[in-house]
Design a protein around this ligand. Structure first.
Ligand code: KG4
Ligand code: ZN
Length: 355
């Protein structure tokens, strides 16, 4: 029997690509905004902190332990029963294979048991679409399958990308990092400064009381749309080696490092927006939690006459609401997945030849 799709479907999404186990339930709104009925994240940060980074086996075993109770809690919070769910979605990649397998298999099992559609979602597409999740800029423009043409800057722990988005599923790569991602640079610099993992929020906190002009760190690859953060990281290391009192210097080092990241992100995003002819810029991914980056990019966009839409901070770091949202858009567009879909740890967001 073919799965039936309701008019304003309710979808349960699962995200387990790295170290967050997450479940969310969303209801699509044809005439209203899409509603987040529940969105739960069980973070493993404390488990991995002792190692200074994510340990794959620890991550997958913990996903397997917490996922079922998390699905039950998400249903309870949304006051729903399993048979109320019209479709199930899970992250297919990119990410850690052993972690992806847990959530992907769970969503397939739930879809099979209830004879509902299953959708396999690209984690980066979840981030890319997340600014539209609580879309106050474009009320009444639903269905969301009419995602407007825009330039997306995605900054996460594993990726830094500039994507010219022409619509749902139509993504052209304009620039990406050739070495470390922005979040990775934050985490590595934080480790050098002996700040706890994950480093992004810690560096942002320290930077608040530092001088962004205290140290002149490099702004790499000017004029090019690709990014390189590895030289910046090395420059911080060399500077650190010459400083006797790290504690005193930490706020200035953090502020100067962050200013270099901001300058690079802002200038390349503006360049890509001009080159693509877009007039809307979006910002998403874990690093987009950073208030200094949000306000610098927002201000630069306004000065250049571009609209700016940042992902809400509570949906910036890994979560399942963005996966469920991408699933709902694909469901409405008729792009159903298949129970034979496998995970793909290296899944790409765009056609390689287009970059
Ligand atoms: O998107 P995300 O949750 O996971 C990936 O898909 O990678 O991003 C995690 C990254 C980490 O590198 C973390 O340090 C960074 O986002 N991050 C931040 C902030 N909050 C999280 N970076 C800078 N400032 C922040 N406030
Ligand atoms: Zn992510």
């Amino acid at each position: 029997m073919e799965p039936q799709i309701q008019s304003d479907p309710i979808l349960l999404g699962i995200e387990t690509s790295c170290d967050e186990s997450a479940v969310a339930i969303l209801r699509y709104g044809t005439s209203t905004e899409t509603e987040v009925l529940s969105s739960l994240v069980s973070s493993q940060i404390d488990l991995h902190r002792a190692y200074g980074g994510v340990v794959p086996e620890v991550a997958s075993r913990n996903h397997a332990l917490v996922l079922r109770p998390l699905v039950e809690q998400a249903l309870e919070k949304a006051s729903l029963q399993p048979h109320d769910i019209d479709a199930f979605a899970a992250t297919r990649g990119p990410g850690l294979a052993s972690s992806l397998l847990v959530g992907h298999s769970m969503a397939k099992a739930l879809a099979t048991a209830s004879n509902r559609p299953f959708l396999s979602i690209n984690h980066m597409e979840g981030h890319l679409l997340s600014p539209f999740l609580e879309n106050h800029l474009f009320p009444g423009t639903l269905p969301h399958s009419k995602i407007p043409r825009h330039l997306a800057l995605i900054v996460s722990g594993g990726h830094t990308m500039l994507i010219h988005t022409r619509g749902l599923g139509d993504y052209q790569l304009m620039g990406r990092t050739i070495d470390d991602a922005a979040g990775e640079a934050y985490d590595k610099v934080a480790r050098m400064l002996e700040l706890p993992y994950p480093g992004g929020p810690e560096i942002e906190k320290q930077a608040l009381s530092g001088n962004p002009a205290a140290y002149q760190f490099p702004r790499s690859m000017p004029g090019d749309l690709n990014f390189s953060f590895s030289g910046l990281k090395t420059a911080v290391r060399y500077t650190l080696e010459k400083i006797e009192d790290h504690g005193q210097a930490t706020p200035d080092l953090c502020a100067s490092f962050q200013q270099a990241v901001i300058d690079v992100l802002v200038s390349k995003t503006l360049q890509a927006t001009h080159e693509s002819g877009c007039n809307l810029v979006t910002l998403s991914g874990g690093v987009s939690c950073n208030q200094a980056i949000r306000s610098a990019l927002g201000g630069a966009c306004r000065e250049n006459g571009f609209e700016f839409l940042a992902c809400p901070p509570h949906f910036s770091t890994d979560n399942a609401a963005m996966i469920a949202f991408a699933g709902l858009l694909k469901l409405q567009a008729g792009h159903l997945g298949n129970l034979t879909d496998d995970i793909d740890p290296n899944l790409s967001l765009y056609q390689e030849q287009s970059g």
